[in-house]
Ligand binder design. Structure first.
Ligand code: GAR
Length: 212
């Protein structure tokens, strides 16, 4: 069975989805850069070891990432999963975990990197928005895409209603991506492309607003 370490910064609802979904991976630890991250208590209550590596205790990104790597390595994970981990990672960290580090982002990348993705989507008036799970590279919130989910943007949507619709899909696609990864069904090849070994590749059009 493959082992994962999950990194969080806050509420940790995606980590909770990874924990409660039917899965065949072992969650060795949940690590946060913030001691008050809500998700830590949930993990502890489920018997998962937790650790805090506070970015504020380190003078720069390099020393923070080095300390984080040391703690992660203590659990010897096969994969490192960023589940709402809101720190920009350095090149050595990303290189160390190349092909073994994935992130979830609340937009249909490459649109809307960074923060406030739902507000930006509403501002632009796009009719379809969503979320993405991708391998992490040196580009912030970008990298080879494993899976995406699209949702309609409704006329009366607020940042909150749209965010909730997207988050609901995050909780579905993230456990799927991690299951694929741990089963060796999805991997990053030597050319930096995602290879999906599954035969099944259905999909259908989401038209928003719908046709009459
Ligand atoms: C999620 O929406 C996740 O996609 C986003 O932070 C939220 C964390 O929520 N991640 C990013 O924006 C990464 N750039 P959670 O703590 O409830 O899982």
């Amino acid at each position: 069975m493959k082992t994962i370490v999950i990194l969080i910064s806050g509420h940790g609802s995606n980590m909770q989805a990874l924990l409660t979904a039917k899965h065949d991976y072992c969650i060795a630890a949940v690590i946060s850069n913030k001691a008050d991250a809500g998700g830590l208590a949930f993990a502890q209550a489920h018997g998962i070891p937790t650790a805090v590596v506070a970015h504020r205790d380190h003078p720069d990104r390099e020393s923070f990432d080095a300390a984080l790597t040391e703690v992660i390595e203590g659990y010897q994970p096969d994969f490192v999963i960023l589940a709402g981990f809101m720190r920009i990672l350095t090149m050595p960290f990303v290189k160390h975990y190349q092909g073994r580090l994935i992130n979830i982002h609340p937009s249909l990348l490459p649109s809307y990197k960074g923060l406030h993705t739902h507000a930006s989507a509403l501002h632009d008036g796009v009719k379809i928005h969503g979320c993405t799970v991708h391998f992490v590279t040196a580009d912030l919130d970008h990298g080879p895409i494993i899976i995406q989910a699209a949702v309609p943007v409704l006329q009366d949507d607020t940042e909150e209603t749209l965010g909730a619709r997207v988050l609901h899909e995050e909780h579905r696609i993230f456990p799927q991506a991690v299951r694929w990864l741990c089963a060796g069904q999805v991997e990053l090849n030597e050319f930096g492309k995602v290879v999906n070994h599954r035969h099944k590749q259905p999909g259908f059009a989401l038209i928003s607003p719908s046709l009459e």
